[in-house]
Design a protein around this ligand. Structure first.
Ligand SMILES: Cc1cc2nc3c(=O)[nH]c(=O)nc-3n(C[C@H](O)[C@H](O)[C@H](O)COP(=O)(O)O)c2cc1C
Length: 363
């Protein structure tokens, strides 16, 4: 249960951190979309471990294999199966965790829920599960590109360090210009040094990933339970270590009055109806209004740290646990392509839903 996401563009991810392989099956992808193994690999390379000294040092090349659903570089309309084999699993790093629950990780809840769990590497709770999402996001990107939709995500803040970034103008080149994936170059250097010093202290930090979708047509999303922001929020909060979601002005909007917060409409020169400001984050009444969709996702500090922490054994005895193993001192730089993939998957699904129910946007 709970391994499937989306309704028309539907993905099912599978695989455990220290099992033989991880992957995804995509059902409902339209035919004749251009897809290459390189385009999927590019996104997986942005997610993979060992990218710099501020990410986990697990050595995985995360090479993707396309098993089905693509012929001569085009999707065929049948199920796509994408597979990545695990290479550098070291179960012995987790030997003490057979007995001791990692504070703020999934060990205790998985054990209590199922009465059994894949202990090595956290099984399905490991961020390796997100390989399937990122691979599927690259396929969703082919559909979105055709519709003129571009999605970008970046690191907005790390603990107290906050970048000054204009979501409207951010470019992929700026984001990828440094290992933190923060488009504010000066701030990226401070963030890198900060994460590195926290790593050396055997500790961890969290922060915020921001995202923008440009070129989204009016009409994606539906009233009530399928509001676009509700679907985006659900997608984002399904990412491991994600703890908060905002759209548009988010929590900051609570400090404004309606007179300042309302997005005034005006007729633009090209005949479209636009808004002067975008505190709505591109979504009104749960439906996209044609402005940029602006979101932010909060990530907690990584649970597994090298310092000794109070916990209990599986038998309920108090003890302390100082983790071994290779862990991310800050999940943010690697979370960027995951947030991007989830945003693409939601938009691709809603694009197909809109085409199925309405066909076009009414004027
Ligand atoms: C890119 C990424 C990398 C992560 N790396 C680690 C890690 O090295 N160690 C760890 O304990 N948690 C890591 N996490 C978070 C855990 O997977 C997550 O905290 C755990 O599954 C418990 O779920 P929860 O935090 O959502 O409650 C990572 C998350 C992401 C998105």
């Amino acid at each position: 249960m709970g391994n499937r996401f989306g309704r028309l563009f539907q993905i099912t991810t599978f695989g455990e951190s220290h099992g033989p392989a991880i992957g995804v099956v995509i059902d409902g992808c339209p035919p004749r979309l251009p897809i290459s193994v390189e385009a999927i690999q590019l996104q997986l390379d942005r997610r993979k471990p060992g990218q710099s000294r501020i990410t986990t040092q697990r050595k995985e090349s995360d090479i993707v294999e396309i098993l089905s659903g693509v012929d001569a570089g085009l999707t065929t309309g049948t199920a796509l199966a994408l597979l990545v084999r695990n290479a550098d699993a070291r179960g012995e790093d987790y030997s003490e965790m057979h007995q001791e629950y990692r504070p703020s990780h999934a060990d205790y809840t998985y054990q209590k829920k199922y009465g059994i769990r894949s202990i090595e590497g956290g099984g399905r709770a490991s961020a390796r599960e997100t390989i399937g999402r990122v691979a599927a996001g690259a396929v969703a990107d082919a559909l979105l590109r055709e519709a003129g939709i571009e999605v970008l995500t970046w690191v907005q803040s790390v603990e107290h360090l906050r970048a000054t970034v204009e979501a409207r103008h951010v470019t992929l080149a700026e984001i990828e210009s440094n290992p933190v994936r923060c488009p504010d170059a000066a701030m990226a250097t401070s963030m890198f040094d900060h994460i590195d010093s926290v790593r050396k202290a055997g500790d961890s930090v969290g922060g915020v990933v921001a995202g923008v979708a440009r070129g989204v047509p009016v009409g994606l999303g539906a009233p009530v339970f399928d509001k676009l922001e509700a679907c985006l929020g659900s997608a984002m909060l399904s990412i491991p270590a994600a703890k908060g979601f905002e759209v548009g002005s988010g929590f900051e909007g609570t400090r404004m009055r309606g007179s300042a917060h309302n997005d005034a409409f005006y007729p633009s020169a090209d005949g479209a109806i636009r808004t002067r400001t975008n505190y709505s984050g591109g979504i009104q009444g749960g439906i996209s209004n044609g402005e940029n969709i602006d979101i932010r996702v909060a990530f907690k500090p990584t649970a597994t740290i090298l310092q000794a922490q109070e916990t209990v054994t599986a038998g309920g005895e108090p003890t302390t646990l100082a983790a071994r193993g290779r862990h991310d001192p800050c999940v943010l730089p690697r979370a960027v392509p995951i947030v991007e993939a989830m945003m693409r998957l939601v938009l691709a699904d809603h694009l197909l839903l809109q085409r199925a129910q309405v066909g076009a946007t009414w004027t």
